[in-house]
Design a protein around this ligand. Structure first.
Ligand SMILES: NC(=O)c1ccc[n+]([C@@H]2O[C@H](COP(=O)([O-])OP(=O)(O)OC[C@H]3O[C@@H](n4cnc5c(N)ncnc54)[C@H](OP(=O)(O)O)[C@@H]3O)[C@@H](O)[C@H]2O)c1
Length: 279
């Protein structure tokens, strides 16, 4: 048995993200035991019933069986979740808790514990997407690479910027749905609208990934040639401030992530500064 990849994996805080992670790991063929320590048991019961997980009796039971523990609670719940977790220098804690820095985590968990931050998009459930990691760690990379493309951040500021990118991942679903609804409103069958939008989105991403020598803007310039229908639509979006709004949304998220006190904050305040309003 490989002590890192076959030994039980623990998850403390079992909500939406934990469910996406568990399903992604199982779908990727990861069959190591997964122990869950939830507060409310609803999602954890589903994961034990359908995805081969176990529920740990308590924090001591979780820490005694699992050397690798994922923290997946909300920032405001982190102090309570981390309290009295009996960890040693042999544990590796992988925190997905937004805005909790490595220093915050070390202060809460104890300085001897190895701590890494990661910030997956929910597409880890399908085994794809970017997974920022900080600092780099071969054990963490071995685990997370089953779920998507790991990006090791150069420093914590870069990790915060990559966290904002993970939030942008969450916006894509809404943008896709706007396009799907728009096509349905024109009479297209829902299945055709969905298939067209999602495969076009995947196709655009795949082409950009296949051509690392080109910035997406260069591809955009080619496809939206002057006088084309594509160009007319793109100009309408740009004139409407859509691109500027996306940049401002990213900056707003990043400012909120960097605003202390991080681990005790409630809902992020994304209220735009007046200077952020697109003209
Ligand atoms: N969802 C995403 O797309 C995503 C992506 C990347 C990172 N994240 C980060 O992942 C974290 C969790 O997000 P989420 O969307 O999964 O939130 P969530 O659905 O609210 O899940 C958080 C879970 O933590 C549990 N919890 C709170 N205090 C606890 C404690 N003391 N002991 C054990 N469990 C405790 C909560 O229990 P109750 O059910 O009783 O409240 C809840 O089930 C957040 O920090 C978020 O920033 C989320």
């Amino acid at each position: 048995m490989n002590a890192d990849t076959d030994a039980p994996l623990g998850i403390l805080g079992v909500g939406q993200l934990a469910a996406h992670l568990v399903k992604g790991l199982r779908r990727a063929g990861v069959d190591r035991p997964i122990l869950l320590l939830p507060r409310s048991r609803g999602i954890a019961l589903e994961l034990t019933r359908d995805w081969g997980c176990e529920i740990a009796p308590d924090k001591a039971g979780l820490a005694s069986r699992c050397r690798q523990i994922i923290l997946a609670c909300r920032p405001a719940d982190l102090p309570g979740a981390a309290a009295d977790l009996p960890l040693t220098a042999r544990h590796l804690v992988l925190s997905a808790v937004a805005a909790a820095s490595v220093a915050d985590l070390a202060a809460l968990l104890g300085g001897d514990v190895s701590v890494r931050r990661f910030m997956p998009g929910i597409s880890v459930e399908a085994g794809v997407g970017a997974i920022p990691l900080y600092p780099g760690d071969t054990r963490a990379q071995a685990l997370l690479s089953a779920l998507g493309q790991v990006i090791v951040a150069a420093d914590e500021a870069a990790f915060d910027a990559l966290t904002a990118a993970t939030c942008a991942h969450g916006w894509f679903y809404s943008l896709f749905d706007s396009l799907i609804s728009g096509l349905e409103a024109q009479g297209l069958a829902p299945e055709a609208a969905r298939t067209a939008v999602l495969h076009h989105a995947r196709g655009a991403a795949e082409l950009c990934l296949a051509r690392p020598d080109l910035r997406p803007r260069a591809i955009s310039r080619d496809v939206a040639a002057p006088g084309s229908y594509t160009a007319a639509g793109l100009r309408y979006l740009e004139d409407g401030g859509v691109h500027a709004r996306l940049r401002i949304a990213l900056e707003s998220v990043l400012r909120a992530l960097r605003r202390p006190p991080a681990v005790t904050a409630g809902h992020p305040d994304l209220s735009p500064r007046s200077a952020d309003k697109p003209s």
